[in-house]
Design a protein around this ligand. Structure first.
Ligand SMILES: [Cu+2]
Length: 69
């Protein structure tokens, strides 16, 4: 398993955190997700054979949030 900590802006409440968590957890290979709008952070643990950082980032951005690189 690989863990990454993404800096994500645009989340303003717990609903945003849940939206991000739900969307990421639908991706194959995603093991766990924690999100904090207060810290502007999303931490993801995933199987790098099944999903990569680009896909995780794209999924978050599809929801309307921004991922800093
Ligand atoms: Cu929100």
């Amino acid at each position: 398993m690989t863990s990454i900590d993404l800096r994500v802006t645009g989340m303003t409440c717990g609903g945003c955190e849940n939206a991000v968590k739900r969307a990421l957890q639908q991706l194959p290979g995603v093991e766990s997700v924690t999100a904090s709008h207060a810290a502007n952070r999303v931490a993801v643990t995933f199987d790098s054979a099944k999903v990569d950082r680009t896909q995780l980032t794209a999924t978050i951005e599809t929801l309307g949030y921004r991922v800093a690189t």
